[in-house]
Design a protein around this ligand. Structure first.
Ligand code: FEO
Length: 406
């Protein structure tokens, strides 16, 4: 049975959801699943825009067959061939052997690397600025290298203003029938999925996203729909989405607020983190969130770190080093190129307390444009009453630095 939605009169969403996959890319938890989006245009020629993951291939093929309604499939445009999209390319080729594939030379190279058998089919290589007509609809191709793979491109339909955006503007989360951004409460129900998707999957490549945004800005008044490969299709409120992408891709925080990430073995460092949170709120800074790094997947920590302006790292010393899961979080910040945050440090050690110096050294030497407040709270095993003044001073330093920022 098919499950399709019209995007426009002659463009159909024919994707599918995967609610069974627990780890996207076998690393990021997706408790609410993910959608793989593909689209078919039924012009004088029929055109498939991207395919989907193996896991939902059957649904996708049924959708494709239904929309084609006996017509042949003439073209397949591959904007992004990473296997969560490209894995079904060969299945399409088997069923529609005369289909011509339109993509970038790098994508064809990668298809061969993945052992997709494409070479007995007609391959049409395109590059930045090329155009192609399918009948009424004329499209142009825009290179989007490293957003977030090297072969990626986006396709813009000059006739109806549809932007096929590949992974850009995508999101974790499955679609429960609702396809368009104006059918959901995106800011309430989707933004955390979208942020965690962007920051962990594409986050490293902010400068490349900036280049794509720059290209998009030249046609923004012509864009009517943004069709990403995951999550809702956008047909309104583009400014909201582009503003988020602007913040994320320039590594600027969305909000003034404090994330307290703590690593605690027996609850004492956690107690200090909790006391600081209460002190900040008492002083009027209530945009405070706390995360136990041992019990929070690092993808969530990264997403929140992209959102907020200030981060408190509270860590025990472990084997004379930083607690391993806290270290992993720091390493992920580095891998994802995170910048421009203000940090405060709480360290703990029952003897030879090292974690504070080591975290500060990492922030200063391994990451870019990070500010570490000089006020630090050092604990010997537990938080004692005599540390009240230091706690007060730490909260004040965080709030003062926030006030100094734009
Ligand atoms: Fe959704 Fe880069 O694949």
């Amino acid at each position: 049975m098919y499950c399709v939605r019209n995007v426009t009169e002659d463009l159909y969403w024919i994707g599918a959801n995967d609610r069974r996959l627990s780890l996207f890319e076998n690393i990021h938890p997706i408790p609410e699943g993910v959608s793989y989006n593909a689209y078919v245009l039924t012009d004088e020629h029929t055109v498939l825009f991207d395919t989907i993951d193996w896991s939902a291939c059957r649904q996708f093929l049924q959708n494709l067959e239904y929309v084609l309604d006996g017509r042949p499939l003439d073209y397949m445009v591959i904007n992004h061939l990473e296997p969560d999209h490209g894995a079904s390319i060969e299945e399409v080729l088997l069923r529609y052997p005369d289909v011509k594939i339109i993509s970038t030379p790098k994508a064809f190279m990668l298809m061969r690397q993945f052992d997709f058998h494409i070479d007995s089919h007609e391959l049409i290589e395109v590059k930045e600025g090329d155009t192609y007509s399918f009948g009424k609809h004329k499209v142009t191709f825009v290179a989007a290298p490293m957003v977030h793979w090297p072969e990626a491109m986006v396709t813009f339909d000059l006739t109806n203003g549809v932007l096929f955006a590949a992974d850009a503007f995508g999101s974790f989360g499955s679609l429960d029938g609702k396809l368009f951004n104006d059918e959901v409460n995106f800011d309430r129900d989707w933004i955390d999925h979208a942020r965690r998707y962007y920051t962990n999957i594409v986050g490293k490549y902010g400068p490349h996203v900036q280049l794509l945004l720059k290209k998009a800005s030249t046609i923004v008044d012509q864009i009517r729909y943004i069709c990403p490969l995951h999550g809702p299709v956008w047909r309104s409120d583009f400014g909201y989405l582009i503003d988020k992408y602007q913040h994320w891709s320039t590594y600027e925080p969305e909000e003034k607020g404090v994330m307290i990430a703590y690593a605690s073995m027996y609850g004492n460092t956690e107690a200090a983190a909790g006391a600081l949170a209460a002190k900040l709120c008492e002083k009027g800074m209530t945009n405070v969130v706390m995360y136990d790094v041992s019990n929070t997947h690092v993808s969530y920590l990264i997403s929140e770190t992209f959102r907020l302006s200030h981060v408190v790292l509270a860590s025990v010393t472990y084997n004379l080093g930083i607690y391993p899961v806290m270290h992993n979080y720091l390493m992920d910040m580095k891998a994802l190129n995170l910048q421009n945050r203000t940090f405060a440090i709480i360290e703990n050690g029952s003897w030879a307390c090292k974690s504070g110096d080591l975290m500060e050294k990492f922030l200063n030497e391994e990451l870019k444009n990070m500010t570490v407040l000089s006020q630090r709270l050092s604990l010997a095993s537990s938080l004692k009453a005599e540390k009240a003044n230091e706690m007060e001073a730490l909260a004040d330093a965080i709030i003062e630095s926030m006030a100094e920022q734009k």
